[in-house]
Ligand binder design. Structure first.
Ligand code: ACM
Ligand code: ZN
Length: 762
């Protein structure tokens, strides 16, 4: 059959048919991250081809047009002419002078033109970022831009990403890419953490020893902190002032403000290594080689310290036009100050009641200096201790409390709580994850973050200027790993910060992310794939058994699995329907894209018994803090692991007994019963006094069939009773709680925890 062009009304909406447009060109999906404030789609669409022109009438918009061209060239191989006027087959950029919401814009596209009206040059830039996301992600000669009408502006003024270049150094080229990606997600602040114990990374011409000594360390921690192992390799790097200027200009072209952080009074060991006179003890010091917090900090009693830092800032300020300078302020131990005659003399002279007040003195003195130069300071939330500097902005990282306190004191706040904003935390519990600092922060948790604490009233909430994710680089030693930690979590954060609160919807975000990752691929970003990797859900199968449902959100992905513990390949069994568990073993599954594995595999080990998936009733519910999603977890064929707190299997009963009944389909032979429990007294988890199993035909009259009273194993105890000539339909387990924790033990006087999982009936 000849290809015919169907242009019925509905098909037109679907395919973007309009007049005589070519139909071979791909059409962009409306799939924008962060979600615009308001968007409506039209049946119409705009055909972009070689003849299309960009109209831009000022220097800034011309630069923005050139950035659009750079993206387009990747897709089409050509760039569009940038002209001063035109109204047909044109992308028209208009920029107004609305300073009330400078970053807002409107975008309208139809078959004639795409018109972007920015409230200011930054608004126009964001309109163009949206336009880029309206392009298809396939390479083509010509392409359709869907017809839309968008009115958009950010929810928060401060939308940031931080990068620690001290623990590991990142090249100028990488930093530019980092900024480019940040801007692509309509974020506007890059917090450059330039100095720390393990390396000073910015050239200061007056103090060449910062380059010679402080930018270098003799070796680096290898593996986990607790391993206390080192790689024996010298490490170093710093940015010249010319390179800094280049980065700051690049950022400005992308409407990103760079905020430098020069840490004080703590995290200063690299500087002390070059200038030991600036420490309380006089040294000698060497640039830090292990992670964590060092006791040696700048001496707060020595005026040379303030003069040194002022000299440093005198060279820093001309490089960074930002209103804000970050002065650190976090994790400053006070032990040296407590013993230092100079520090103690300062406290006496200034009437400071303790070392926290001395830290406050330090920060306020530096604030005064920076204010005198027309700048404002930002500090980590420790700057609240001992009294907040009068004009300081607080970055709340140790939870949200610092942010709440600062907002209540009418200070501006940037939220960066570890639980939601520390992208150095793990994204998955898979054992295949690369080593990270700890914590668990998957994409959906980032997406769920609400920066304005409910504790604040409407007036106080105005002080929450936005939020930022932090990338501490102790364990993140190369570009690929850094990108893996940032994306797509930063995509999620961008939507938290830009989109209206009521527009946020995680499922919808994931749908858009499916398209968006193709853009990240075009930018050669090594993004993490957890959102799309295969997931498994273990549930009751509707027939009194257990099955595993596998799924993946990967567009075009195919899932293969094995049941014999071998690694899944595209030659393994293709997944078509839930897999019933019929024997003990391990299900391993992987989603493949074009024959290549995508993300981590799913792996779940099962035992097998006849109670699995059967009706189970608990006499008393487990404590809310240690309660699996449903009672089914007690008979799902999955035994709780030694990481007992974390695997969603263990039922915890605080100070009370546990009793459960499983109802089989019929009266039948029962060859064995069992249950697992935990003996971990240091964690207040005590084995039961006794475990009793009994059996019944009718669920009313029970006969005891097995009893155990000793549980001597440290950790998990597997209670197992072999039975002979026992028949029944109902099986009951009763576990007697240990009772009160005895005197002298951890948690004495509290009710002991009783842990139970997997009620086994053979
Ligand atoms: C910090 O994470 N020490 C601010
Ligand atoms: Zn001192």
């Amino acid at each position: 059959m000849k290809k015919t062009l169907l242009c019925l009304a509905s098909a037109a909406a679907l395919w973007g048919c309009s007049g005589s447009q070519q139909t071979s060109a791909p059409k962009g999906k409306v799939s924008i991250i962060p979600m615009p404030a308001s968007i409506s789609e039209k049946a119409d669409s705009f055909l972009l081809d070689k003849q299309t022109v960009i109209v831009a009438t000022n220097e800034s918009d011309k630069k923005t047009a050139a950035l659009f061209n750079a993206w387009l060239k990747e897709l089409t191989g050509y760039e569009l002419a940038i002209k001063d006027q035109g109204d047909k087959n044109a992308i028209v950029l208009h920029t107004g002078k609305d300073t009330t919401n400078a970053e807002g814009y409107t975008l309208n596209s139809d078959h004639n033109t795409v018109t972007i009206n920015g409230n200011s040059n930054s608004g126009t830039f964001y309109g163009v970022q949206t336009l880029i996301q309206l392009l298809p992600v396939e390479k083509a000669n010509a392409m359709y831009i869907p017809g839309v009408s968008i009115t958009d502006a950010p929810r928060f003024a401060y939308r940031g990403l931080h990068l620690d270049v001290s623990r590991h150094f990142f090249s100028v080229e990488f930093v530019k890419k980092y900024i480019d990606l940040l801007a692509m997600h309509k974020m506007n602040t890059f917090h450059w953490h330039l100095t720390d114990d393990q390396g000073w990374r910015i050239e200061i011409k007056k103090y060449p020893r910062l380059q010679e000594i402080s930018s270098k360390r003799k070796e680096t921690m290898a593996g986990r902190y607790a391993d206390n192992k080192y790689d024996g390799k010298p490490y170093g790097g710093y940015y010249t002032q010319e390179q800094v200027k280049e980065v700051v200009q690049y950022a400005a072209d992308h409407f990103v403000t760079v905020i430098p952080e020069i840490e004080m009074p703590g995290h200063a060991l690299a500087a002390l290594a070059a200038f030991p006179n600036l420490g309380c003890t006089g040294g000698p010091y060497e640039t830090g080689t292990h992670w964590g917090v060092y006791d040696d900090v700048y001496c707060a009693g020595n005026d040379s310290v303030f003069l040194f830092l002022q000299d440093v800032l005198d060279e820093v300020l001309p490089l960074f036009p930002s209103k804000y300078i970050h002065i650190g302020g976090d994790e400053c131990p006070k032990v040296r100050w407590q013993k230092c005659p100079k520090c103690q003399a300062r406290m006496k002279k200034e009437g400071l009641k303790d070392e926290h007040a001395l830290q406050s003195y330090f920060v306020q003195r530096m604030e005064k200096y920076l204010n005198s130069k027309g700048r404002q300071i930002i500090g980590w939330d420790e700057i609240l201790e001992g009294g907040l500097a009068p004009n300081a902005t607080v970055m709340s990282w140790r939870g949200i409390e610092g942010g709440i306190t600062a907002a209540q004191q009418k200070h501006d706040v940037i939220m960066t709580p570890g639980e939601f904003c520390y992208f150095d935390h793990y994204q998955s519990k898979s054992p295949n994850e690369p080593l990270a600092i700890g914590g668990f922060l998957p994409v959906n948790k980032v997406y769920s973050y609400e920066p304005v604490p409910t504790e604040l009233n409407a007036d106080q909430a105005k002080y929450i200027k936005g939020a930022q994710a932090n990338l501490w680089s102790e364990y993140i030693g190369n570009n690929d790993y850094m990108e893996y930690m940032v994306y797509p979590r930063a995509c999620a954060l961008s939507e938290v910060l830009w989109s209206p609160k009521d527009k946020r919807n995680y499922d919808n975000f994931v749908e858009r992310l499916k398209v968006h990752v193709k853009r990240l691929e075009l930018k050669k970003v090594n993004y993490a794939k957890h959102v799309f990797e295969v997931k498994g859900a273990v549930t009751e199968n509707g027939k009194g058994g257990v099955h595993v449902t596998l799924s993946s959100q990967l567009e075009g992905g195919k899932i293969f699995f094995t049941t014999d513990s071998t690694a899944p390949t595209p030659q393994s069994t293709p997944y078509t329907q839930p897999i019933s568990i019929t024997h003990a073993g391990t299900i391993r599954a992987q989603v493949f894209s074009d024959g290549k594995p995508f993300g981590n595999e799913f792996s779940q080990t099962f035992i097998f018994h006849k109670g699995m998936g059967k009706k189970i009733t608990l006499a008393a519910a487990a404590d809310k803090s240690h309660s699996p999603a449903s009672n089914f977890a007690m008979v799902d064929g999955i035994e709780g692991l030694a990481s007992y707190d974390d695997d969603g299997q263990w039922f915890g009963f605080k100070g009370i007994n546990m009793e459960a009944v499983v109802e089989l389909d019929s009266i039948q032979d029962i060859h064995g019963v069992g249950i697992n429990t935990v003996n971990l007294k240091s964690d207040w988890i005590y084995p039961p006094k006794q475990v009793v199993f009994s059996v019944s035909d009718d669920g009313k009259t029970y006969k005891e069939v097995y009893k155990q009273t000793a549980f001597t194993q440290q950790g998990i105890n597997k209670v197992r009773g072999k039975l002979q000539q026992v028949r029944g339909r109902f099986v009951k387990v009763q576990m007697q709680n240990f009772g009160k924790i005895p005197a002298g033990a951890e948690g004495a006087g509290n009710g002991a925890w009783l842990f139970a999982d997997e009620f086994i009936i053979d």
